[in-house]
Design a protein around this ligand. Structure first.
Ligand code: MG
Length: 270
């Protein structure tokens, strides 16, 4: 059973269970992904750069975000500030020749207070992802900051072409490469029974959305789901580091309604 975290998400105490796993994969020598699953801060960072520099960048981002877990209540501005602080620390650490040019993606989920109530806050820079699963439906909340996504949005390539596109690993936003990178943020109310998958592209490039959904349907326990997703990525090649955090809001309802369960989340411009 995954460990329980507690939040006042719905006016009464809500139990949140979390599963987390990371793997170097079958090809790479180093795991340059990092993750946070502490208190109510859940995130994945996928580092890039020569030698071990990517690992330095993703670890700085993870540790900076982890500090948010001791602060309550948070506001969405605190999340933006933590991302900016991560960026400053990465740029500061990138002055040595071996860390020059290092950077990292980050995608995650935390709880912020807005309008007097606790809400989920999903944040993203780069092409790590956050998916939301409820009532047998799954949607990707984050938009990849990648050249392929931009080409797709512009209607210049098809979704099929995007999956095989040679530029599919080129990201357009990251921490450590820009003095002031702009994160995307979504703030929306929690719902009993919903689950989230936060992952690096080592999962989403190897495992289809449909197979991610199947793993969530098969494994109720978040740790079992996270382990199954890592296994699926390794089975399909494991060409990159793969990291997964699964967050589940425990439901006291036996049957999750099939009605309007589509996520109501609007992109907040920062
Ligand atoms: Mg990766």
């Amino acid at each position: 059973m995954s460990p329980a975290h507690y939040a006042d998400l719905t006016g009464e105490q809500t139990v949140i269970r979390v599963g987390a796993a990371t793997h170097v994969g079958r090809v790479r020598e180093l795991n340059e992904d990092a993750l946070v699953a502490e208190g109510l801060v859940f995130a994945v960072a996928d580092g890039m750069g020569g030698h071990a520099a990517g690992e330095v960048a993703s670890t700085i981002a993870a540790l900076t975000l982890r500090d948010l877990s001791s602060r309550h209540p948070l506001r969405s501005d605190d999340v933006v500030d933590a991302l900016r602080e991560s960026n400053r620390r990465i740029l500061k650490a990138a002055t040595a020749p071996e860390t020059d040019g290092m950077g990292t993606t980050v995608a995650g989920l935390t709880v912020v207070r807005t309008g007097g109530a606790d809400h989920w806050c999903v944040f993203n820079i780069g092409d790590s992802r956050v998916y939301r699963f409820l009532g047998n439906r799954m949607s990707q909340i984050t938009h990849d900051h990648s050249e392929v996504r931009e080409l797709l949005d512009a209607g210049l390539i098809t979704p099929d072409e995007a999956e095989r596109h040679p530029m599919r690993n080129v990201i357009t936003r990251s921490l450590g490469t820009d003095p002031a990178p702009v994160p995307d943020l979504w703030v929306f109310p929690p719902h009993p029974g919903e689950r989230f998958v936060i992952c690096s592209d080592g999962l989403s490039n190897e495992v289809s959305d449909r197979d991610i959904m199947v793993a969530l349907r098969t494994h109720d326990d978040p740790q079992a789901a996270a382990d199954a997703l890592i296994e699926a990525a390794l089975r399909s090649g494991g060409r990159d580091n793969v990291t997964v955090v699964v967050v589940a809001v425990e439901s006291d309802q036996d049957d999750e309604e099939e009605g309007d369960t589509s996520p109501r989340h609007d992109l907040i411009s920062t």
